[in-house]
Design a binder for this molecule. Structure first.
Ligand SMILES: Cc1cc2nc3c(=O)[nH]c(=O)nc-3n(C[C@H](O)[C@H](O)[C@H](O)COP(=O)(O)OP(=O)(O)OC[C@H]3O[C@@H](n4cnc5c(N)ncnc54)[C@H](O)[C@@H]3O)c2cc1C
Length: 400
């Protein structure tokens, strides 16, 4: 009988884990606590290395059709461009020398549509996993669905239940790291920032007063809209941040006279840099935000979660088909934990610091360095190999 896997959470990491395991012939049950996928604006940037993985599970073309292709990204010093990066320099390294900006709920919903076609998959929406217990032969999960509680047994459980992961807590795994004092305010506007400012679809604006991270998405109507991410002041309440005054003050720094009616979403997020002390406990594995969370500057968190999911599917397949012994189950943590720290935690902290730096001398040095990287073809490519996570994927293959 084929191996039985439970995936907990139908965010992007969970649906990719479920699809990847199912395509390898495992019997998969996907549990999602909510009745529908959350549409809150979160991740959108999908890097070349991740697009290659979406191709492997047969969904990349539809995924790209739901978003937009962004070849460039830019760093600005307030209203002046400092450096522009071109993913086309990666054309000999990947079939996808660009990022794709597709909102994460579209990936989850696309994944659910594909899972519905597979005979070896059960999707349970409105089913919240509450607890688990395991021994050397399997894992039992306890869940709440509708009015009642039920339990089910599996060979392995993949916990993709997000940053507040119930399963990580059940396993008593520490979530090491810290929470930033400020929160991030995301404003979505129908005003075409690219046209108004002459900037790329991903633009990072450094400003000692208040930095801005700008990016374009297509929206559900595919007509295009822009998200602008701002740090809040530490003392700023939710009401202050969402107020008409705050929204207009922030957007009018970009576009004088920006009309309030064009603002279609306002969201606030608490931001952390945390990595689980362990990514595995027996037959249970943490993946995606359940294993690691980071600030979104650079768009790396979800990408790394998808890389976790693909690595786990490959590892469980190798063990369950007898191509490798159970000792390689630990390889997942050996690969994914240090790579998250090196490529995601360090990069996103550096990205945020560059945007918020206040010391004029350090700011100038940072900008000179980014200009030098952008101007020198070898450095430009090296930098994008790193930010696109291609380098981390290749490094992972070398960790046995
Ligand atoms: C403003 C913002 C912008 C971002 N931009 C980017 C970006 O451009 N690129 C990028 O790579 N990352 C970005 N990120 C990070 C990205 O959103 C997350 O890394 C991503 O959502 C993680 O996916 P996940 O599947 O691990 O978890 P989630 O998306 O959090 O999904 C977890 C799922 O598990 C379900 N669940 C929870 N508990 C249970 C339970 N007990 N039982 C069953 N189901 C459960 C939840 O309902 C949810 O559906 C951004 C984040 C923010 C806040």
């Amino acid at each position: 009988m084929s191996v039985q896997v439970a995936v907990v959470g139908a965010g992007p990491a969970g649906v990719v884990a479920a699809l990847a395991c199912a395509r390898k012939g495992m019997q998969v049950t996907l549990y999602e606590a909510e009745d529908a996928i959350d549409h809150a604006p979160r991740a959108a940037t999908t890097h070349p290395s991740t697009l290659e993985m979406l191709a492997e599970i047969g969904i990349v073309d539809e995924f790209i059709s739901l978003g937009l292709v962004a070849r460039y990204f830019e760093l600005w010093d307030r209203d002046t461009i400092v450096a522009r990066f071109d993913h086309d320099v990666l054309k000999d390294e990947t079939p996808y020398p660009y990022v794709v900006q597709t909102e994460q709920h579209k990936l989850s919903e696309l994944g659910l549509r594909r899972l519905a076609d597979l005979p070896n998959v059960r999707v349970r929406l409105g089913a919240r996993v509450l607890d688990l217990a395991q021994d050397e032969r399997g894992v039992g999960v306890l869940l709440e669905a509708g009015e009642g509680r039920e339990s089910a047994d599996f060979d392995y459980v993949i916990a993709c239940d997000g940053g507040r992961s119930t399963l990580r807590k059940c396993l008593d795994i520490e979530f090491e790291g810290y929470t930033w004092p400020e929160r991030f305010l995301v404003l979505t506007t129908l005003v075409d920032m690219g046209k108004a400012l002459g900037c790329s679809e991903r633009t990072y604006i450094s400003d000692p007063e208040e930095w801005i991270n700008l990016f374009k998405v297509t929206g559900d109507d595919l007509r295009g809209r822009w998200r602008a991410v701002f740090p809040t002041r530490e003392s700023e309440t939710d009401d202050d941040a969402f107020s008409e005054g705050s929204v207009l003050r922030r957007l009018r720094r970009l576009i004088p006279g920006h009309p309030l009616e064009q603002v279609v979403h306002r969201n606030l997020y608490r931001v952390h840099q945390r990595v689980a002390k362990s990514f595995r406990s027996g037959r249970v594995f943490l993946a995606g935000d359940a294993a690691h969370i980071n600030n979104p500057v650079g768009g790396l968190g979800l990408n790394c979660g998808i890389h976790d999911a693909m690595d786990l599917a490959e590892t469980l397949d190798a063990v369950s088909t007898g191509r490798a012994g159970a000792e390689i189950l630990d390889r997942y943590e050996r690969r994914r934990r240090p790579l998250n720290i090196e490529y995601v935690q360090q990069q996103t902290v550096a990205n945020k610091r560059r945007l918020e730096e206040r010391d004029p001398k350090v700011r100038r040095a940072n900008f000179d360095e980014m200009r030098r990287i952008a101007d020198e073809p070898k450095l430009h490519k090296q930098y994008l190999m790193r930010t696109s996570l291609i380098e981390s994927v290749r490094k992972a293959r070398g960790i046995g």
